[in-house]
Design a protein around this ligand. Structure first.
Ligand code: SAM
Length: 228
């Protein structure tokens, strides 16, 4: 019979090489643009943020089910989120929709130890799994909150960046108000369970925003007071 440690090591090496291959693909497709995002995606093991039966598909570039009708975002979407927000080391960031915590781990890696990441999830079982996984993979400094992300975290605001990983009918004012001047918010906005546009808003002053449409996407719905 195979030595179990040898078997584990073989799987680890296989996933590492699949991860490197995927990062190369994301670079060649232009989804990854910066070294900082490249390094983060090379480092975070996506398989750790998946249910057992989905682990073999960790490095296929697509969303995967994580239970409770929710998904882990596709790696190219995680890269697009990081790059379009121009994340930098030391930033204070708010994520709405933790899921199993993969996107949070990549962002935590990008903003580094001097950065601060908060992430809100409304489904308790997902929040608990994300907490356990982020601690196990070395990202215990991510501040995880259970609740309605459409309300943001007023007591931790203002943030340099806010991003939503669930589709909203509009960009919630509550969240726009929790951005720093010069800050950016990214949200999929559009039809529930259908098709949305990825909207990036840059806060110029208290009530002035520049808006950019980054193109079509498909996300699970944002459920909450300022969602669906
Ligand atoms: N960020 C995740 C990742 O790493 O792939 C993606 C998670 S999934 C696409 C979107 C998540 O948003 C789901 O886990 C869902 O439960 C959560 N969600 C939906 N509405 C929410 C709300 N109002 N507040 C917090 N989380 C919400």
């Amino acid at each position: 019979m195979d030595d179990p440690n040898l078997h584990k090591n073989k799987i680890f090496q296989k996933r590492l090489s699949e991860r490197q291959k995927l990062v190369k693909q994301l670079l060649s497709h232009g989804h990854i643009k910066s070294d900082i995002v490249k390094h983060a995606m090379e480092k975070v093991p996506r398989e750790e943020f998946l249910p057992l039966e989905q682990k073999p598909y960790a490095y296929s570039d697509r969303p995967l089910p994580i239970g409770k009708g929710q998904t882990i975002s596709a790696p190219h979407m995680v890269a697009i989120i990081c790059e379009s927000l121009s994340l930098k080391e030391g930033m204070k960031v708010l994520e709405i929709g933790t899921g199993f915590g993969y996107n949070a781990a990549v962002v935590a890696e990008v903003i580094g130890e001097t950065g601060k990441l908060y992430s809100i999830e409304r489904v308790e079982s997902l929040h608990n799994i994300a907490k356990e996984t982020l601690i196990r993979t070395g990202y215990s400094n991510v501040n995880l909150v259970l609740g309605d992300g459409t309300l943001g975290i007023p007591e931790a605001a203002p943030f340099d960046r806010i991003y939503l990983t669930a589709a909203a009918p509009y960009v919630p004012e509550t969240l726009k108000n929790q951005l720093n001047a010069g800050g950016k918010i990214l949200a999929p906005v559009g039809e529930i369970d259908l098709y949305q546009e990825l909207i990036l808003m840059e806060k110029i002053s208290d009530n002035e925003f520049k808006t950019f449409n980054l193109g079509g996407v498909a996300f699970v719905p944002l459920i909450g007071e300022h969602g669906w």
